[in-house]
Ligand binder design. Structure first.
Ligand code: GLV
Length: 339
């Protein structure tokens, strides 16, 4: 009888999902969320056939150096800027992510941030909890916010999540403009009721600008001081993509100086640290990278990551056909390197 493959799960996961994995593999699962040094990550990856990693685990050439065992890395997230796909492919390691299952939840959350930032929900709640309401003689013209309905929604990055954000705009009567590397098929544009514009036009015309683009070297600081200066003073910026796409220092300055009106941010440069200037601004609604964190969706993401591992290791109904591989060409080389 051959021994079970070994799998390391780098983040605490739902017990019932781990139980599915344990049917086919010997599982070592972390029970605490904590930062891991590159040396620890490398050592853990060297001991196993597959790893389930989180977005803060950086799997690059250094982490894979000398590793002759690892076959699969499954990322708990759709964004995969923590994975060096070239290095993984070079090492013959299959990489997988969790697309689709989180699309609608992340789009919902984009709207939550738009609404919260526009209607000042975070600041108003802090004020109420601090006990200011009684005795404040709150005026009819206090806490005035911005409307969403009828305003123009701009979307930068029109992939699956961008499209899901756009589809919700009809309910608010908001026309949608988008900017993307490539134009969407006419049928999708029609379904999203979205019009392609240049980035400059998007910045100039959007009342609400939602960022949903992947983080790549080219997208680093795609929104910086120059871009913020092109936006309306009444505009609201929402980032549900990745920290680093926005220059957070420039954004804090723009929010402080009234270059734009407000922001809703789920992701930050250097998170979990958040730029101190953002932390003190009442016109920024901040959340700790939780856009996909509905109970159902986080379970679906965990299950999809495990499905990828199980199938890639050759078990289950989809044996040999992991559902969401990022570098499927690796399969062709497995027979040679990792028999
Ligand atoms: C979350 O940020 C993800 O990429 O899934």
């Amino acid at each position: 009888m051959t021994s079970k493959p070994k799998v390391w799960v780098a983040r605490p996961l739902f017990p019932e999902v781990l139980a599915r994995l344990a049917q086919v593999a010997e599982v070592t699962a972390e029970t605490e969320e904590r930062p891991r040094s590159p040396a620890e990550l490398k050592a853990r990856l060297a001991e196993v056939d597959a790893a389930v990693v989180g977005l803060t685990d950086r799997v690059d050439a250094a982490a894979l150096e000398g590793n002759q065992r690892l076959k699969v890395v499954a990322n708990l997230g759709v964004g995969h800027n923590n994975l060096d796909l070239d290095a993984l492919t070079q090492a013959g390691v299959l990489a997988c992510n969790t697309p689709d299952v989180l699309t609608e939840s992340v789009a919902d959350f984009g709207w939550a941030l738009m609404l919260a930032a526009a209607r000042r929900i975070g600041a108003a709640e802090r004020w109420l909890r601090a006990g200011h309401w009684p005795g404040s003689h709150m005026r009819f013209d206090d806490w005035l916010g911005l409307d969403l309905h009828g305003r123009t929604l701009g979307i930068l990055g029109m992939g699956r999540i961008g499209q899901a954000v756009a589809r919700r705009a009809g309910g608010f009567g908001m026309p949608v403009l988008y900017h993307n590397r490539s134009r969407l098929p006419a049928a999708v544009e029609q379904e999203c009721r979205a019009t392609l514009v240049s980035k400059a036009e998007l910045l100039a015309r959007a009342d609400f600008l939602v960022l949903v683009l992947p983080f790549t070297a080219a997208n680093h600081h795609a929104i910086g001081a120059a871009e913020l200066a092109q936006m309306k003073r009444s505009a609201v910026l929402v980032n549900i993509a990745r920290g680093g796409i926005v220059d957070d220092a420039a954004l804090a300055a723009a929010l402080r100086e009234g270059t734009i009106a407000a922001a809703g941010l789920d992701v930050f440069e250097g998170e979990p640290a958040v730029h101190p200037d953002l932390l003190v601004l009442d016109n920024a609604v901040l959340s700790p990278h939780i856009a996909s964190a509905s109970a159902a969706t986080r379970r679906d993401m965990a299950n999809l990551a495990i499905d990828n591992v199980i199938a890639a290791l050759g078990y289950g109904e989809s044996a040999g056909r992991p559902p969401t591989p990022l570098n499927p060409a690796v399969f062709d080389r497995w027979a040679i390197r990792k028999a």
